[in-house]
Design a protein around this ligand. Structure first.
Ligand code: NDP
Length: 296
């Protein structure tokens, strides 16, 4: 059996079209465009690529993109001052500080400065708290994108056994929380988990967010399970060029799984689409304009 492919690229494209429609309605009602500000400190090449594609996607969705580039030797005070300026700017609905920050800058201190109601990455401790007690806030983009793919594929997740491999604050933990809220029975696995293959084998849903190339093998997977591969790992291909692989050994897993996300083209495209969604939701909330957030 070969698993169905979960096409995150197509799903993200559909989501972006919906966002563009709602962004147009927002502009008509609020008399201004929704605005997403991105702050990039330093010259990290991968971060530059991410920031550029976020900016392009924001504009394509009919929203304002504000980019602030600061030198790598910026002080924490200067960065915090910039964040405070954006907090106070009424045209800014979402603020994202591109991570990682250059050495010497305290990420937690900077993120804690972002107004939680503009924290569209969902990394502020207030938003982590809101998620854990079931209050409305912002949920980190990657796990929310994974949940959307799962619901699209499986519908109701009630009673499903889910295993999340990885317990980071930005992927694993919020993913486990979202699955719990969706009434799945959730196990969080990590580097100290005993008998990981056996733990994974119980799961109807596997979310791998580990950062280890092709670690999860096909014979760990329960036949028919749905596999969401969050991993993005650059490895040397046989042709000598680097290629992207996930945390799941795609070739063996697709023989067993019921459905699986490819890498690239699975979870990756969802992250930016959900970022735009969160920024637009923020704009509607800040202007007190009604929006069915579940429709987005
Ligand atoms: P972190 O490094 O923060 O967390 C990795 C987690 O994996 C940790 O909880 C760690 O356990 C666990 N882990 C490490 N080794 C093993 C092992 N051998 N067995 C079981 N668990 C293990 O990574 P992130 O959560 O930030 O990212 C995970 C992956 O997702 C990366 O490949 C990253 O590139 C990708 N990613 C993709 C995104 C996208 O847009 N698609 C966005 C964000 C991340 P412990 O806690 O015990 O150390």
């Amino acid at each position: 059996m070969s698993a169905a492919l979960i096409d995150g690229k197509a799903f993200a494209e559909g989501l972006r079209q919906k966002i563009a429609k709602f962004a147009g309605e927002f502009e008509a009602k609020a008399g201004r465009k929704a605005g997403l500000a991105v702050v990039l400190v330093g010259e990290d090449p991968a971060s530059q690529v991410y920031v550029r594609s976020k900016g392009k996607a924001t504009l394509a969705a009919g929203m304002n993109s504000l980019e602030y580039k600061m030198p790598a030797d910026s002080t924490e005070e200067a960065l915090i001052a910039k964040v405070k300026e954006l907090n106070a700017d009424p045209a800014v609905d979402g603020i994202l500080v591109q991570l990682p920050l250059p050495k010497g800058l305290d990420e937690q201190a900077v993120i804690s400065t972002i107004d939680p109601d503009k924290d569209v990455d969902g990394f502020h401790i207030i938003n982590a708290g809101r998620l854990s007690v079931g209050q409305k806030g912002f949920v980190p983009c990657t796990p929310l994108g994974c949940l959307m793919l799962l619901k699209d594929r499986l519908g109701d997740l009630s009673g499903k056994d889910a295993v999340v491999i990885g317990r980071s604050n930005i992927v694993g933990k919020p993913m486990a929380q979202l699955l719990t809220d969706a009434n799945a029975t959730v196990t969080i696995a990590h580097s100290r988990t005993a008998n990981l293959p056996e733990v994974v084998k119980r799961a109807d849903i596997v979310v791998a967010a580990v950062g280890r190339p092709e670690m999860v093998k096909g014979d760990w997977i329960k036949p028919g399970a749905t596999v969401i591969d969050v991993g993005i790992n650059r490895v040397d291909g046989e042709d000598g060029k680097t290629k992207l692989v996930g945390d799941v050994d795609f070739d063996s897993a697709r023989e067993v799984a019921g459905a699986i996300t490819p890498v690239p083209g699975g979870v990756g495209p969802m992250t930016i689409a959900v970022l735009l969604r969160n920024a637009l939701v923020s704009a509607y909330r800040r202007e007190n304009i009604a929006l069915d957030e579940d429709a987005l």
